[in-house]
Design a protein. Structure first.
Length: 158
């Protein structure tokens, strides 16, 4: 009753804009199945990835570049499977930035929920200075939380 080793697959995408080929990873089907099963908790999904990649806890705390790719892949698939519990668990055990954003990576800035949108505006300028910049660029006539919307909408022009 021996287990067959799991195989990882790589999907090859078309060349990117800069001419380099972009390779994205595809998780094994049993890990994908665990993500889709609501009965499998977040810790179990992460342990399954660790076992498959033969990683110990320290490999997650200080991941190598390849391991970061697999962690990001798991986080992306977890978001697509509406398993934010898995993403949040990963964020607790891996370095900041490894899992990628909690929000959809292709979400238009105008569709970011209220408080997260305000936080983004504040962090883009390193603090509350965003209000001063927005006023000087005549993007807003007065400072308010609603001004965040106008500022972020025009951020790409700043």
């Amino acid at each position: 009753n021996s287990k067959q080793p799991l195989e990882f697959h790589e999907r090859i995408n078309l060349p990117s804009v800069d001419g380099h080929q972009d390779k994205s990873l595809a998780l094994p089907s049993d890990i994908l199945g665990s993500l889709q099963s609501q009965s499998c908790n977040s810790q179990d999904v992460v342990v399954q990835l660790q076992e498959t990649l033969q990683l110990n806890r320290s490999s997650l705390e200080e991941p190598e570049p390849d391991t970061k790719g697999w962690i990001r892949c798991l986080a992306r698939e977890a978001k697509c499977s509406d398993r934010l519990d898995v993403v949040k668990h990963l964020r607790e055990i891996v370095p900041a930035g490894t899992t990628g954003p909690l929000l959809n990576e292709h979400l238009d800035v105008r569709n970011i929920p209220g408080q997260q949108r305000l936080d983004l505006a504040v962090h883009l300028c390193g603090g509350n200075e965003w209000k001063v910049i927005a006023e000087r660029l005549v993007l807003i006539k007065h400072t308010s939380a609603a001004s965040t919307s106008v500022f972020l909408t025009h951020w790409k022009w700043c």
